[in-house]
Design a protein around this ligand. Sequence first.
Ligand SMILES: O=P(O)(O)OC[C@H]1O[C@H](OP(=O)(O)OP(=O)(O)O)[C@H](O)[C@@H]1O
Ligand SMILES: Nc1ncnc2[nH]cnc12
Length: 217
Amino acid sequence: MLGCLFRSIENLFGSGRVPGLTAKPSQWPCYDGPAMNCGLLACGFHFDSVFVETVVSTLTLLPGPLLRREFLKASLLFDGSPYSIFLLPVLFLTCLDLVGIEARGFIFGPPIALAIGAKFVPLRKPRKLPGEVISEEYVLEYGTDCLQMHIGAVQPGDRALVVDDLIATGGTLCAAIKLLERAGAEVVECACVIELPELKGRERLNGKPLYILVESR
Ligand SMILES: O=P(O)(O)OC[C@H]1O[C@H](OP(=O)(O)OP(=O)(O)O)[C@H](O)[C@@H]1O
Ligand SMILES: Nc1ncnc2[nH]cnc12
């Protein structure tokens, strides 16, 4: 199932449109969501100038004015040499935290973090994390619970993507967003494998984008 969380560069650019790629496109994972559309640049492949042009020509497809502005700013670093595009992921991913929620967010979060080179931040249930933590209690369909995060796990101004397996009432993701915002991070997106839409959980996300892989029936 994890493979479905990624899509290949082939899908993104269209088959046969990546002549400079020296690795097989299918080996190049890319998270398909607004927070991550630059993650496709994170892997250590080599490019030629044709490929660089292909990437630049897709800039208008990137959603969100902020990302587009950052991308264009970063693209000034291009000098036409085969490896110049390597500078791009550094600009994006050093400021990105991939936040996973215990328990099943720990299945889906870390591989995505590894694939795009982002820092993984665990949000855990009470009394699991050693050291100093901040806590956020929340209400579930069946009772209450609490999420904790290490103090210092994220820095003020960090951009965070929150990953979990499921959104039902949205209480868990809402608590995760509150924790991260209390620590000064900006939650740019939430992503779950599945949503239970009848519970209207996305309405509790304060307008944050929510990426859902599959819909329940
Ligand atoms: O949208 P919500 O109503 O908050 O529900 C979603 C949460 O419920 C499940 O975890 P659960 O709280 O059952 O804990 P678990 O990970 O210990 O199974 C699921 O893995 C989500 O984290
Ligand atoms: N309604 C639900 N179904 C399955 N898993 C859940 N976790 C929280 N709510 C759930």
